[in-house]
Design a protein around this ligand. Structure first.
Ligand code: ZN
Length: 342
């Protein structure tokens, strides 16, 4: 199963990239798949198709297939030493299996969690994740003789990427998505009100600039390590700024070395120039809840972000930001926002 994992920090356009990839032929965008077992299915949250996930034809069939295909994966010696908890998880209903998987995910997918993994959680995570991707792959292919599509998981967490890289049966490709840290810090300094139907499951509170800047560096460094793990042939770095300037060109460049010759680049979704259609992205930003969208750059920080805040972010992220091609000289915000003291 060929999986494209989008790794990186928040507010970097991962949902837009997921949707854009999903509009290319032979690629299925799934959203932040880590959320399916953690809260989307248990709380019956909204799918990008507009239905609640349990009423969505795609995900309800996936979960049905997952439940039916509970056979363990891999060679007996590899995954056979499962603890009692694993046996319990396999025997239980889908709700229990999801709860067990969610618990394993919390151990495994957090940034520093890799090293302190207990073995039973690792085995359970591999087995259930493989079973889930197998179910998705069969459902997304539609026609049983059609080649299985690339499956896009935009969960972002580097730790999950490492876990997927270690899952037998998954051929992992990684896109490391980066965005100018000043734009990320500015975006995260705003709050977003809870709006279930528009894909915001809980109120998003503003975050302190220094915390976001340091976290940006930490997560992106981990994403770089993930790229090194899968190798240059299976990894690519995409900058948000390049994606929004030329979505089709960026997607074509990324997919070109990975796709089979017979796979069409053009998507099957009709529409005008640059119009994209979300599919069944299971979690992610509000963009996924639109019927259709055209990707546009959000560069509000250039007009609004105070110079002192920009300098702080520059000090905390400078060397890495430069490496990604971001010049961190201060951009003078408009006098109106300075007067407002934002
Ligand atoms: Zn759906």
């Amino acid at each position: 199963m060929r999986v494209i994992y989008i790794a990186g920090y928040g507010r970097s356009g991962s949902t837009l990239l997921d949707i854009a990839l999903g509009n290319a032929g032979g690629v299925a965008g799934l959203g932040e798949l880590t959320a399916l077992s953690r809260h989307v299915w248990p709380r019956d949250e909204y799918c990008a198709c507009g239905e609640r996930v349990r009423a969505c034809t795609f995900w309800s069939r996936v979960v049905e297939r997952w439940e039916a295909g509970a056979a363990p994966v891999g060679r007996a010696g590899q995954l056979g030493q499962m603890g009692q908890k694993n046996e319990e998880a396999r025997a239980g209903g889908i709700e229990r299996r999801l709860a067990h998987l969610a618990r394993a995910q919390r151990h495994l997918e957090a940034l520093p969690g890799i090293a302190r993994l207990p073995h039973p959680a690792r085995a359970l995570h591999r087995r259930e994740t493989h079973a889930l991707f197998a179910a998705i792959s069969r459902e997304a292919a539609g026609d049983p003789v059609a080649p299985p599509p690339f499956l896009v998981d935009s969960s972002k967490l580097p730790g999950r990427g490492f876990a997927l890289a270690a899952t037998p049966g998954i051929d992992l490709h990684v896109i490391h998505l980066v965005r100018d840290p000043r734009a990320v810090v500015w975006s995260m300094s705003k709050s977003i009100a809870r709006e279930l139907e528009r894909g915001v499951q809980k109120e998003i509170r503003p975050r302190a600039s220094a915390y976001v800047a340091m976290r940006w560096a930490l997560v992106n460094r981990a994403a770089e390590r993930l790229c090194r793990k899968v190798g240059a042939q299976r990894s690519a770095r995409v900058r948000y700024e390049d994606l929004v300037a030329d979505p089709a060109g960026t997607i074509a460049t990324v997919l070109h070395p990975w796709r089979d010759r017979e796979m069409p680049l053009a998507g099957t979704h009709g529409g005008g120039e640059g119009v994209l259609y979300p599919a069944h992205q299971v979690a992610g930003s509000r963009h996924r809840m639109k019927d259709s969208l055209v990707i546009r750059a959000d560069e509000a920080w250039r007009n609004e972000m105070p110079a002192a805040r920009q300098r702080l972010v520059g000090v905390l992220t400078g060397a890495m930001a430069h490496r990604y091609g971001y010049r961190t000289e201060t951009i003078r915000p408009s006098s109106a926002s300075l007067a407002a003291g934002v």
